[in-house]
Structures are given as C-alpha cells and as structure tokens.
Design a protein around this ligand. Structure first.
Ligand code: IPM
Ligand code: MN
Length: 353
C-alpha cells in the first residue's frame, strides 16, 4: 500500500478545528482508496512565537523536506505584530522549499453563494496559477534617509527568465491536463511594466508557440481582469500571473466563488515538498465555537491528494463537497451561519466520500 508522510501545522485560532475535519475526510478517503497517510504535527504559529520567539526554525524546515506534503490550518495571532508570522512562517516555507506555484482553483458550487448577479456554477470555474516565490515578495529593495522628509524606499518586482518560464510552463501543462477551454490567460500590466511585464509576455508567447500549440493564448491587464472577474468570469479557464497581482486577484476570485469558507490554495513545488492551506485566516473571534467552515480545508486536502497522485480520492472528495453543498443541509458558507457546526459539516462530507 502506498503511504505518504504529511507534516501538519494546525496553527492558530480556528486552524486546528478545520484541520481536524480535513483529517476526518482524509481518513475515509484513504480507507476507501487504499493508501496510508502518516501525520507528524508541528507546533508553529502565534502561540509558539509568543512563548519562545521562534517562527519556523531551520530544524523544522529540514524535517519538512522529508515529508511528502505539508498541511497548514491557519497562522495569525491578535497579539503578534502583522508581518512577523507571515514572513517568518508562510513566506519562509514558500521560499526555502521553493514552492514556486500558488495554485488557486475558483469554482462556484451553488448559485446562492455568489455575490454576482445572474452568475451560476457553470460561469465560475477557473484556476489561477500565481507565481509564488518571486517579484515584490522577494523583498529586494531598501530604504535610505529613513525618517527624514526625503526618505526613499524601494521594493522591486524582480523576475528572472527561469522563474517566469517554470511558472508559465506549469500553467500551460495545467491547462492541457484540465482539458476544458484549453486557454491560458496571462494577467499582467504590460502597458506600464514594460520590463518585467514584457518578460512575462514574451515567455508566455514563446513557450506557447513552441510547446503548447493546443492551448489558446490570451492576455488581460490586471486592472481589467478585476473588472472581468465580476462582469464575465465565464471567460476564464487557466490564468497565470506574477506574485503580487496573483495575491490580489485571488482574493477577488475567492469572494465570487462564495468566500473564504471554500477557497483553498496549494503552495506547490512540483519537484519537491508542497504545502496546502485553506485561504482563510485564523479567525480568532470564531475560535473554539464549532462555527467555522471547514470546507476550504477539506478542499485543500483534496488538492493535496491530487498533487500526491491520488487523483481518484481527490475526485471523490470534490464530489462529496459538491454533493454536500447541494444537499440543502448547509445554509450558508459563512462562519456562524452554516446552520450546522464545523464537526457536522465534516461528518456530512466524510460520509459522502
Ligand atoms: C496569501 C496571503 C499571504 C500572501 C500573506 C499572508 C503573506 O495573503 O497566501 O494570499 O500575501 O501571499
Ligand atoms: Mn492573499
């Protein structure tokens, strides 16, 4: 029997609650599809930082390297200054494990969860491939004359051809494997970012012309893309974009699919160790009340299985989520308004698998 080692970071706030439900669903999937998941828990997050000053120690990174995947609940603590845990844990993991793809599927499950007028599940079904280790997130830049009236600060959108190319190639492969519209939309701002944008545009075109003739090439400026997400989301199939633009547009994408209750992300190193997470945060005010929506974490678990190669199990989880959401038993996707508790939603989906 195939077995996989999974590093689990339950994290802060409601993180442990949603991880528990995802594990519940995974337990059923592994029994049914015949594989084994061995979990190792890692105590990381705001609580640990407040106690020990540690975020993500190098020794833990070394242990992560031996896992087949990492599963993360949520990181974030009201008593920790913003930025410390984000850069110290999440971004450190992305960079050191070279998780260069941030994969964010966007699918509306039910008409009533969509804030857009007249859009149905057939209209909202696309995937954003966000570059995940480059650009402004690298932190290249600096500040001079700090605190003076003439202070100057820079943060550079830095991209090398290999980093752009591996991301664009992944996106083309994804569009081919997905086998729907077979269209790859590059989102950038080439009308202003004439250096970095041009590198992306040429890479998108050259690789597409050479190796992916079966995939249509499409382009949107990022500002226009935010309009089209609202006006005509049915246009999209697979989107590829640089890091910060991807960060911004995937929050918009999450809300048109029903919000953070269902939105999941994968930080993927196709040749290494990937990390999967619900997109929502630690939601301190809902902690311990059994009201947070675990579906985003369950979707992240499905994405993890898909990436590990357990595609049948992943498809079964996806089907179970879709079926449960359309069973009429879950009233809303919002925390506290589901009409069921966190554990009951987990039970419902586990039973459907
Ligand atoms: C995300 C988050 C992170 C990001 C933050 C928490 C650093 O917003 O995963 O989208 O900006 O990438
Ligand atoms: Mn974000």
């Amino acid at each position: 029997m195939k077995s996989y080692n999974i590093g689990v970071i339950p994290g802060d706030g409601t993180g442990p609650e949603v991880v528990r439900e995802a594990v519940k669903v995974l337990e059923v999937a592994q029994r049914k599809f015949g594989f084994k998941l061995n979990y190792t828990n890692y105590d990381l997050g705001g609580e640990r930082y407040l106690k020990t000053g540690e975020t993500l120690p190098d020794s833990v990174i070394e242990e992560f390297r031996k896992q087949h995947a990492i599963f993360l609940g949520a990181i974030g603590h009201p008593d920790v200054k913003p930025g410390i845990l984000e850069t110290g844990i999440l971004l450190k993991a992305r960079f050191t494990l070279d998780q260069y793809i941030n994969l964010r599927p966007v699918r509306l499950y039910r008409v009533e969860d969509c804030p857009l007028k007249d859009k149905t599940p057939t209209d909202i079904d696309f995937v954003v491939v966000r570059e995940n280790t480059g650009g402004i997130y690298t932190g290249v830049g600096g500040v001079v004359q700090k605190g003076t009236p003439m202070e100057i600060a820079t943060q550079v959108m830095i991209y090398g051809r290999p980093v752009v190319e591996r991301c664009v190639r992944y996106a083309y492969e994804y569009a081919r494997r997905r086998n729907k519209k077979k269209m790859l939309t590059l989102v950038h701002k080439t009308n202003v970012l004439t250096h970095a944008g041009d590198l992306w545009a040429r890479t998108h075109k050259e690789i597409g012309d050479r190796d992916y003739k079966d995939i249509k090439q499409d382009y949107n400026h990022v500002d226009a893309a935010t309009m089209w997400f609202v006006k005509q989301p049915e246009w999209y199939d697979v989107i590829v974009t640089e890091n910060l633009f991807g960060d911004i547009i995937t929050d918009l994408a999450a809300i048109i699919q029903g919000g953070l209750g269902v939105a999941a992300g994968g930080n993927i190193n196709p040749e290494g160790v990937s990390m999967f997470e619900p997109m929502g945060g630690s939601a301190p005010k809902y902690t311990g009340q059994n009201v947070i929506n675990p579906i985003a974490a369950i979707n992240a678990a499905g994405m993890m299985l898909d990436t590990l190669g357990e595609t049948k199990a992943a498809a079964a989880i996806d089907k179970a989520v879709t079926g449960s959401l359309n069973s009429g038993k879950i009233k809303s996707l919002a925390a506290g308004r589901m009409g069921l508790g966190t554990t009951q939603v987990g039970d419902l989906i586990a039973a459907a698998v």
